[in-house]
Ligand binder design. Structure first.
Ligand code: 2NL
Length: 371
């Protein structure tokens, strides 16, 4: 009887399901074609023959055939997944050492600028930035430079055009602030400045400067000395000895250079302080009344003080860097030394002992340089 033979063929097909579990990828493909193939698969042929059965048998055999088909398909899918994950596992070497994380670092000059701005921020100083291409007027004449001052010479200054220079200091920005705002003024101005200088261990044609300016009614020489002394002790260390040495700048009167006691030799004299025992950190003074008057301020009421600092030099002192060119070369081996320390792994309570640190929490050690 046709129905008996269809049921037998179904039973034979169902018995082959066990073969699936042990098949390799090629055998699995062959089994799929042989049993489930659309054209001549054994099961496909059984399903195709169903309409020849009497209705009562057709229903029972049909249900059985669909069950066998679902079982076969599930077994084949499971075997395919097992084979695929075994392939993935074979390509991972779990004994390989972990790759160190690349940690970004803040440039030492940026760090020093941020630190200085942070210290003055506590006193209410705002941070201001401005143009690097400046008019000769803002860069020199508004600052009380005489026209025959050597700095105005094309020998020292990079001229972009007639009357336009690459700023040689950040002071022109102070002029822009005083021109634009009434007192009280408390500003800090970090920025790159340019001079026709050689590029050697102690000079660079582009350098970082930071200037500070305080202008208000009744600002005195005492405010000036006290603020800069407080700053030096915050920036270097508490108790740092500070001295004000008389000096000259066209834009301040009186003017002073500020030194701190050499923190390397404690004043005894060494290579870094050139045997003087003191380190010069900035130039400063009371803003020249001629500048304040040109800004329209009444100098009977309004006074001010200002300072300018070479940030490259101070960063070099702070971090013991002996060649300014290192600050410009962007050599990752140099910059990596300013990366923050690796965060120690966080222990989850109860997980102490054994196990490897999480990725990114490897013990400190040489870090692979990967930009
Ligand atoms: C130095 C000296 C200094 C200033 C900069 C300044 C700006 C205005 C008015 C008055 Cl608008 N002063 N700035 C004052 C004294 C010194 O810089 O050796 N810098 C590296």
């Amino acid at each position: 009887m046709a129905s008996a033979s269809l049921a037998e063929r179904l039973a034979a097909i169902a018995a082959r399901t066990d073969e699936v579990a042990g098949a390799d990828a090629r055998q699995l493909e062959a089994l799929k074609t042989e049993l489930l193939g659309r054209k001549a698969g054994a099961l496909t042929e059984v399903l195709r023959a169903l309409p020849s059965l009497p209705p009562d048998e057709r229903r029972a055999v049909g249900q059985r055939a669909n069950q066998v088909k679902r079982d076969l398909e599930a077994a084949i899918a499971a075997r395919q997944e097992t084979l695929a994950s075994a392939g993935r596992a074979a390509s991972v070497d779990l004994t390989m050492p972990a790759r160190a994380r690349w940690r970004g670092a803040i440039h030492p000059v940026t760090r020093v600028v941020d630190e200085i701005c942070g210290i003055f921020r506590e006193l209410g100083f705002a941070r201001v930035v401005g143009p690097e291409a400046e008019t000769e007027w803002h860069n020199f004449y508004a600052l009380n430079f005489p026209a025959d001052h050597p700095a105005v010479d094309a020998h020292d200054t990079l001229y972009l055009d007639d009357g336009v220079v690459l700023r040689t200091h950040t002071s022109p920005l102070q002029i822009r602030v005083m021109n634009g705002y009434p007192p009280p003024i408390r500003v800090l101005m970090p920025g790159t400045c340019y001079r026709k200088d050689p590029f050697d261990a102690s000079h660079a044609p582009a350098f970082a400067q930071i200037e500070g300016l305080a202008v208000d009614e009744g600002i005195s020489f005492v405010d000036f000395k006290a603020t800069l002394t407080w700053f030096a002790q915050r920036f270097f260390r508490p108790g740092t000895r500070v001295r004000f040495r008389p000096s000259f700048f066209p834009f301040t009167e009186p003017s002073a250079e500020v030194d701190v006691l050499c923190f390397l030799c404690k004043g005894g004299g060494c290579r870094v302080c050139k045997a003087s025992g003191w380190l010069e950190i900035l130039g400063s003074g009371m803003v020249h009344p001629r500048i304040l008057r040109a800004m329209g301020y009444d100098t009977e009421e309004v006074t001010g003080w200002a300072f300018g600092m070479g940030v490259d030099r101070v960063a070099m002192l702070k971090y013991g860097i002996d060649d300014i060119r290192l600050l410009f070369e962007n050599d990752l081996r140099f910059l990596q030394q300013f990366a923050p320390p690796v965060t120690p792994p966080t222990l989850i309570p109860g997980s102490e002992g054994g196990g490897h640190p999480a990725p990114g929490h490897e013990a400190a050690g040489p870090t692979e340089a990967r930009p």
